[in-house]
Design a protein around this ligand. Structure first.
Ligand SMILES: Cc1cc2nc3c(=O)[nH]c(=O)nc-3n(C[C@H](O)[C@H](O)[C@H](O)COP(=O)(O)OP(=O)(O)OC[C@H]3O[C@@H](n4cnc5c(N)ncnc54)[C@H](O)[C@@H]3O)c2cc1C
Length: 663
């Protein structure tokens, strides 16, 4: 960021003068917390208070048996429901809060605590409740919402099967309409079609939203969702078989299980019929003619889960960073700069280099998450509910979820190591954080599969054909366009042109601009995105021109596709951070955020410096200058570090780690 306090890259006389002008900012921690909490500060406070009240669950996760712990988790979830915390996204007439943005804020904040509680809340209110709300109509809302919001009716979301997780269109469970009785008959065809990993299924759910291939009059109409009772009085309903998935790597307070259906009959009204219905006489009707588009429209309404998990990953990373940073300003190891006493860990350049880019990225992802949560709120509250906004939201949710959850995995591991042997003790939180967040990269969509969705949106510009296209269709679609058209459609090109106008040096903008100019950092990320997208489009086109099978073409280009999608999301994340920092009035808070934003921008470029050098946008001296700049930024952040993690305001009860964090 170009700030009056930031020195330029090379120590020119002006640079020395600017460096001497740098005044270390004072971090007003409550003000920074208020900025991070944003418009839902009150909701976040409520959740923090609830977490503190139930802090004993962190200990119980280690001391209770699995069965006891599952019961305890359920108890806490239901108690939290009574505070309104878990129902904020539902309509007020059923006891909800009527505010989708608030429900995301509540969920994210819950990730400061035990993650089995978080995931059980996600399953009950997000997945099960979300499916009833989004895919059902008035009759379903009246029948289920009030009870499920209050936690009186527990349910599950049974989509995944052993044979198919990512490819939902290939599910094997079948729901056949029986016109004689006006019922659907649900059947599991073979072991690969059994429902698997389903949260709440092994023990607590009485009802399942089951995704199955709908067959009417011998015609398959694709995947639809049905409300199916699975348990009564604690025992499986007739025709339903339930099995426990058993011990997992983490999240053992959640009862994941398997389900089989053997000709289970449910009434015609069990079909969640917002997007399609079957008349009593057995006629299939839907306002969305194209089956692919219908399917993606249905799934699109469930995007909230993805936004939630991304935010939860980012907040779990905050817990790890808080503990590791607090430890590093207390723990001493080896004499270094003084003979009198050993050095604090955080005074080592290496420790700063390990933790601060992750801290900066956490801030960046936080603000990127704020953008996507805002978009979700706007789309689902009808504020900007057009087709293009929906597709854009889906893409952004997928990308932020992927980057946010990968970031959690990486950050938690680095922080664990940064605490040495102490990091390995369960009381210090990392054992649970690692085990419980690991699967965030897989559920609510495998991250690599999600990035392919991002790429599809980019390459087709969420065109009207977007929802109709499968992978092959997408390849053909892109191959049919000129490469320039693909680039034109993405808008990256225009953004890059605009930035080139802003930066000095014309085509040499990358050489002339100051490293701490956020326009330079953004231009670098835009260049990478544009270049990668053009490369993908060119390769897809070439493959089709050579009459190769579209599937083979896509498979060969797939790593390039993923890289382009990632480059796109990285750009969005940096943009969100830059926008936030620019929006602040001059003052210490802005200076502080600018330091973090620069660190994030430059670290992102540094992480891919080989690519930038390969593509002629980074010289060797400049690449080295970036590394020097990063080290300088780390030194400036060092005195602010504890304040920067305190601003996350993780309740002290959630940190545990009494020997690591001090009083
Ligand atoms: C703890 C837990 C809780 C869960 N809760 C629920 C729940 O409540 N309800 C529910 O319905 N589901 C649930 N799931 C299921 C979860 O959503 C799926 O596991 C997830 O969608 C991934 O599907 P999969 O396991 O079949 O993996 P796969 O789709 O088989 O993926 C395996 C690997 O193959 C790769 N891959 C897949 N397709 C491609 C491709 N086209 N190109 C390149 N690589 C590819 C993936 O990147 C991944 O690395 C849960 C899972 C777990 C572990």
């Amino acid at each position: 960021m170009a700030t009056e306090t930031a020195p330029p890259t090379t120590p020119t006389p002006e640079g020395v003068e600017a460096a001497s002008r740098y005044v270390q900012p004072d971090v007003d921690v409550p003000a920074l917390t208020a900025l991070l909490d944003g418009k839902y500060a009150e909701v976040r406070s409520l959740v923090r208070a609830n977490l503190a009240e139930h802090a004993d669950i962190l200990v119980q996760a280690e001391t209770l048996s699995r069965d006891e712990f599952r019961e305890r988790v359920k108890e806490v979830v239901v108690e939290m429901a009574t505070t309104g915390q878990t129902g904020m996204g539902f309509p007020e007439e059923y006891g909800g809060g009527g505010d989708i943005g608030a429900s995301i804020a509540a969920f994210e904040t819950l990730a400061y605590g035990d993650l089995s509680v978080l995931v059980k809340v996600g399953v009950q209110f997000g997945l099960f409740g979300g499916a009833i709300l989004q895919l059902g109509t008035r009759e379903h809302h009246d029948a289920y919402l009030a009870d499920l919001i209050a936690g009186r009716l527990m349910g599950c979301f049974a989509m995944t099967e052993t044979g198919h997780g990512s490819n939902v269109q290939a599910l094997g469970t079948v729901a056949t309409y029986d016109v004689a009785t006006q019922e659907f008959v649900i059947t599991t065809h073979g072991e690969q079609a059994r429902k698997d990993y389903i949260g709440n299924a092994a023990r607590h759910a009485d009802v399942a939203v089951v995704f199955a291939q709908l067959e009417v009059g011998g015609v398959s109409e694709g995947v639809h969702a049905f409300v199916v009772p699975i348990r009564e009085g604690g025992s499986p309903c007739a025709g339903v078989r339930i099995e426990d998935d058993g011990e997992k790597m983490g999240l053992n307070g959640v009862d994941n299980g398997r389900l089989w259906f053997d000709g289970v009959r449910v009434p015609r009204t069990a079909l969640l019929n917002r997007f399609a219905d079957v008349t009593p006489a057995g006629v299939y009707e839907s306002p969305i003619e194209n089956p692919n588009r219908r399917f993606f429209t249905m799934l699109g309404t469930l995007v909230q889960g993805r936004v939630c998990v991304g935010g939860a990953g980012i907040n779990a990373a905050k817990v790890a960073l808080t503990i590791a940073t607090k430890y590093a300003v207390r723990r001493r190891q080896f004499e270094a700069s003084s003979d009198e006493q050993e050095e604090l860990l955080l005074d080592y350049g290496l420790h700063q280099r390990r933790l601060f880019p992750l801290l900066a990225r956490t801030y960046a992802l936080h603000f990127a998450q704020e953008v996507v949560a805002g978009q979700l709120h706007d789309v689902f509250s009808g504020i900007s509910d057009d087709e293009h906004s929906r597709r854009e939201l889906e893409s952004r949710a997928a990308g932020t979820k992927a980057l946010g959850t990968w970031h959690a995995t990486r950050t938690i591991q680095e922080c664990r190591e940064a605490c040495g042997g102490a990091g390995y003790l369960s009381i210090n939180r990392f054992a649970a954080l690692k085990a419980d967040t690991d699967v965030f990269t897989t559920f609510e969509g495998d991250n690599h599969v999600l990035l392919q969705l991002v790429a599809k949106g980019l390459l087709t510009d969420y065109s009207s054909e977007f929802s109709d296209l499968d992978q092959f269709g997408m390849v053909r679609f892109v191959a049919g366009l000129a490469v320039e058209t693909v680039i034109e459609r993405t808008n990256v090109h225009k953004l890059l042109e605009r930035v080139k106008d802003l930066l000095p040096g014309g085509d040499e903008w990358d050489q002339a601009a100051g490293l701490l100019d956020s326009d330079y950092q953004l231009a670098m990320l835009r260049f990478r995105e544009e270049h990668m997208l053009a490369g993908v489009a060119r390769r897809l086109k070439r493959g089709i021109d050579q009459k190769m099978n579209p599937g083979v073409v896509f498979s060969r280009v797939q790593d390039h596709v993923i890289a382009a999608a990632r480059a796109h999301v990285e750009r969005l994340v940096l943009e969100a951070f830059v926008d936030k920092a620019r929006s602040l009035p001059d003052g210490d808070l802005k200076v502080t955020l600018n330091l973090l934003c620069d660190l994030h921008g430059l670290s992102t470029i540094e992480a891919d410096r080989a690519w930038f050098m390969e593509h002629g946008r980074l010289t060797v001296p400049r690449s080295k200058a970036i590394s020097r700049e990063i080290a300088g930024l780390c030194r400036k952040i060092r005195p602010l570090a504890e304040d920067l993690v305190d601003a996350f305001d993780v309740p002290v009860e959630m940190l545990r780690a009494p020997d690591l964090i001090g009083d």
